[in-house]
Write a protein that binds this ligand. Structure first.
Ligand SMILES: NCc1[nH]cc(CCC(=O)O)c1CC(=O)O
Length: 309
């Protein structure tokens, strides 16, 4: 199988997506002398529709569909995604060829006047459109007001700076990649805010029949991260087809060969949170994710799951 000497990356055009695509381009060119990587920027539905909360308009798929079409039509060879934005079930004919080493998976607290969530006075307004972040905040800090916040990372920071919010919650990974790590006032511990499945990891998507790309992309795969993300996504898939249930899932490596996995599902208002935790071998990451899901289902999680509409 001949290895290509040119590669096109399909990417969204937000600053974060472009950073991520350029990062992968640079890594590939460093790994493969003689390889030229270019970017094909495109706007997705998810970027266009900014006035509605994502889960109301079709969820994660909105950020990846146009990129997949570019792969299918041969206009691009690979697409770079935040794994957090990749639907749990890929459409027929697509595959994630590599998952890169995870950046900080935690959520970050950003505010002009306050040091952390606990320092906010009653009635303070916290911006996030993530059901997962909202449920966890409302469970722990019922006196705070959670207000929707969408747009790319810069837009969200702009709304905070304009005074529309007392604080906002963003993924630490995105801020750090954009050189905005100094905006982070506090990192939320994974106990306080359990991350979303895949948060902080990048995934490289290809058409499943592109065997010629496997060898090129394999060195980018980070086995530890891939095993953790596999467990997290298996949990999510078992629980929720709708993308409308607040849930978190986070696996980490312990003792080299094992995973510790934690998950939760909640009511959107945080009035009920069901948590589960289990350990398992890395070799059976998918089974571990399903097991954590099943533990929650046994405890009555089904009552919290919002059916696919
Ligand atoms: N939902 C948008 C999104 N998708 C991935 C990231 C952060 C980067 C990552 O998780 O790798 C963000 C921004 C955010 O949640 O603040």
């Amino acid at each position: 199988m001949s290895v290509p000497d040119r590669l096109v990356i399909a990417t969204r055009e937000s600053a974060l997506a472009l950073w991520q695509a350029r990062h992968i381009a640079a890594r590939l060119e460093a790994l493969h002398p003689g390889l030229t990587v270019t970017l094909l920027g495109m706007t997705t539905q998810g970027d266009r529709i900014l006035d509605v909360t994502l889960n109301k308009i079709g969820g994660k798929g909105l950020f990846v569909k146009e990129l997949e079409t570019a792969l299918q039509e041969g206009r691009a060879d690979i697409a770079v995604h935040s794994m957090k934005d990749v639907p749990m079930r890929l459409p027929e004919g697509f595959a994630i060829a590599a998952i890169t080493e995870r950046e900080d998976p935690r959520d970050a607290f950003v505010s002009k006047h306050y040091d952390n969530l606990a320092a906010l006075p009653a009635g303070a307004v916290v911006g996030t459109s993530s059901l997962r972040r909202e449920a966890q905040i409302r469970a722990r800090y019922p006196e705070l007001v959670v207000k929707p916040l969408r747009g790319n990372v810069q837009t969200r920071l702009g709304k905070l700076d304009a005074g529309e919010y007392d604080a906002i919650i963003l993924a630490a990974a995105g801020l750090k990649r954009l050189g905005l790590g100094d905006r982070i006032r506090a990192l939320l511990s994974t106990d306080e805010s359990l991350p979303a499945p895949g948060q902080g990891a990048l995934g490289i998507e290809i058409c499943a029949d592109r065997a010629d790309l496997q060898a090129l992309l394999a060195p980018l795969n980070h086995a530890e991260t891939a095993d953790c993300v596999t467990a997290e996504r298996a949990m999510s898939l078992r629980l929720d087809g709708s993308c409308e249930t607040p849930l978190g899932g986070y696996a980490e490596i312990v003792d080299e060969h094992f995973l510790r996995m934690r998950g939760f599902v909640a009511r959107p208002d945080g009035s009920e949170i069901l948590r589960a935790e289990s350990n398992g071998s890395r070799a059976a990451a998918q089974g571990l994710g399903r097991q954590v899901a099943d533990l929650m289902l046994t405890e009555g999680a089904r009552a919290l799951l919002i059916p696919r509409s």
